[in-house]
Design a protein around this ligand. Structure first.
Ligand SMILES: Cc1ncc(COP(=O)(O)O)c(C=O)c1O
Length: 341
């Protein structure tokens, strides 16, 4: 069996999810009547301390609906300089919402709070007024790094001063909450809207939820329809989302522990340097090309992703258990001592 460490998006639904799908009560959600989708939305709103939520097909759509709902074409929006919304969403900020991105310097995925005000622009005859700050916690490109509650609090007070809302790309916000040892709403209370992936560490096959005020969600529903994200008997998927939120959150701790174990077992190995992990993502810098490593590891039935010319990424999730961890440790050792490095 290959040990698939490419991403936490590769998980298969659990037995409980299949059972929930089979017995889900369904109706038409575009008409606003699918009871299972409505339950998932209520649960998501409750957990994040928001008035409402909408179920959307993907994290990208959740983020982009939020952006479109918060802004108007010609506005400027602040992002940390490595944000998923800028790197991996196909230019949707510009193409779909017509906003101008202004990046704020970040360190290891954590926005430099002191730089936010300097990047804000007043609306004038000449300048595109800044109307939103986007944050990401945990941070994908930085390797699952976590922004502290204290930093969120500082961002909140700066944005209150500037009079702009905050959207959180919280695709992995439960990983962040677990790493910080806090309830997720301690983070989400400090943002206006949050998009959470159900299909990453929480193991649903498909779906994200976008949470915010009742008024925001009413407007976001129009954007969801415009994006083509209105789904009919979506309860079949929302049923998995409910399982994710009720029984897959605490389990994320195991992924974090296994990530740490792999990091420990590789530390000091010649030819690589391990970035200490904070959640379920391990970044490994390689002296030789990352592609050589990923190809050699694949021959040992361990799948990782080359994230850059000299960086490979390994991500832990529910479908990699302790045996998988051991196989991964052995494969790295074998490849590392094979002369490759
Ligand atoms: C931080 C972050 N935001 C958003 C997304 C987008 O999610 P999706 O692939 O469901 O569109 C991802 C996916 O990897 C992500 O890591």
């Amino acid at each position: 069996m290959p040990v698939d460490l490419r991403s936490d998006t590769v998980t298969r639904p659990t037995r409980e999810m299949y059972e929930a799908m089979a017995s889900a009560e369904l109706d038409d959600d575009v008409l606003g009547h699918d009871p299972t989708t409505l339950s998932l939305e209520r649960l998501s709103a409750e957990m994040t301390g928001k008035e409402g939520a909408i179920f959307v097909p993907s994290g990208t759509m959740g983020n982009q609906i939020a952006l479109a709902t918060h802004t108007r074409p010609g506005d400027s929006v602040l992002f940390d300089d490595d944000a998923h919304m800028l790197f991996y969403e196909c230019g949707a900020t510009a193409v779909v919402s017509g906003v101008q991105a202004r990046t704020v310097h970040s360190t290891n995925g954590v926005i430099d709070v002191d730089k936010i005000k300097a990047r804000y622009l007043y609306s004038s005859l000449h300048t595109p007024g800044t109307t939103l700050l986007c944050l990401e916690n945990s941070h994908n490109r930085a390797g699952g790094t976590v922004t502290s509650v204290e930093t969120h609090r500082k961002c909140r007070s700066i944005c209150d001063e500037l009079g702009i809302p905050i959207h959180l790309d919280g695709a992995r916000v439960f990983n962040a909450a677990i790493a910080l040892g806090v309830k997720v709403n301690e983070i989400t209370d400090l943002v206006d809207t949050v998009s959470i992936s159900l299909s990453k560490g929480l193991a649903s096959p498909i779906g994200s939820v976008l949470c915010g005020s009742g008024e925001f969600i009413d407007r976001a529903k129009i954007w969801r329809k415009r994006f083509g994200g209105g789904m009919r008997q979506s309860g079949i998927l929302a049923a998995c989302g409910i399982v994710s939120l009720t029984s897959m959150v605490d389990r994320l701790t195991e992924d974090h522990q296994r990530t740490k174990s792999l990091a420990e077992s590789l530390s000091g190995m010649p030819g690589i340097s391990v970035v200490p992990p904070q959640t379920n993502i391990l970044m490994i810098d390689t002296t030789l090309p990352a592609a050589n490593w990923s190809e050699a590891l694949e021959k040992e039935d361990v799948w990782v992703v080359a994230m850059g010319p000299n960086r490979v990424r390994a991500v832990f999730h529910k479908d990699v258990d302790d045996d998988g961890l051991e196989q991964a440790c052995l494969a790295f050792q074998k490849v590392g001592h094979s002369g490759l490095s």
